[in-house]
Design a protein around this ligand. Structure first.
Ligand code: MN
Length: 234
């Protein structure tokens, strides 16, 4: 772009996440998600966790929300919560060895991979892509990022979600089929990773439908909690 170029339409605003204990913000480049990364969730969705390796899909950076409000989305009657640990990368590259994965991690957050399950099920049966089920407006509520120096490596620890005070999802990060180093290594063999990339690392069992008015509180030990209210459809 030359100096004299002008934007033909307004450029999108940058997507940034707050950082615990800092005035700086984290600029988001891409949002990757791991599918079926906890055996008990794979089983509840009708899959054999030993029969297939985990796989990846993406959401859009502007699907992230930090306001604590999740408006019930259009075109679905079956929207599910999936509580997940989110990795935030400070650097990237290709073919990162698993042993070097933690060197690339800026920090961690708590995220919700909100899913239009009815639309995802139609896509699965038809062999179609998952975007309509996964990458819709405000489908990715996320907490502030805690730097890895404060959070630790997050290889184990409770991950849980309550809905209106009732426990719905309750697992441990050590139940991941693919661990953090393997996730970073494998993703970097498929894509060129870079600063600002996020990775949602999959959800434990207990996913279920939400309704307008529900209050979702997600917690991962050592991170700031995620407190989200489901708002009426807009
Ligand atoms: Mn998920």
């Amino acid at each position: 772009m030359t100096q004299s170029s002008t934007y033909a339409v307004a450029p999108p605003p940058p997507v940034v996440l707050p950082i615990t204990g800092s005035d700086a913000v984290f600029p988001v480049r891409r949002v990757y998600c791991v599918g079926r990364n906890y055996a008990d969730h794979a089983i509840e969705m009708g899959h054999d966790p030993d029969a297939e390796p985990p796989f990846f899909f993406q959401k859009n950076p502007d699907n992230l929300v930090t306001t604590g409000r999740f408006p019930y989305p259009a075109a679905s009657q079956d929207v599910h919560h999936e509580i997940e640990l989110v990795i935030a990368l400070k650097s990237g590259g290709r073919n990162i060895p698993a042993e070097a994965a933690f060197d690339h991690i800026f920090g961690y957050a708590v995220g919700l991979d909100m899913t239009r399950r009815d639309l995802q099920s139609v896509a699965k049966k038809a062999g179609r892509p998952w975007e309509v089920g996964k990458a819709f407006e405000r489908s990715a509520p996320v907490s502030p990022i805690t730097p890895i120096g404060d959070a630790g490596r997050m290889e184990a620890g409770a991950i849980r979600l309550t809905v209106n005070g009732t426990a719905r999802q309750d697992g441990d990060l050590n139940q991941m089929i693919w661990k953090i180093p393997e996730i970073v290594a494998t993703l970097s063999g498929l894509f060129t990773l870079a600063p600002g990339d996020l990775v949602f690392t999959g959800t434990p069992a207990g996913v279920g439908a939400v309704a307008s008015g529900d209050r979702l509180v997600g917690e991962v030990d050592g991170l700031e909690k995620l407190d989200v209210t489901v708002m009426p459809a807009e």
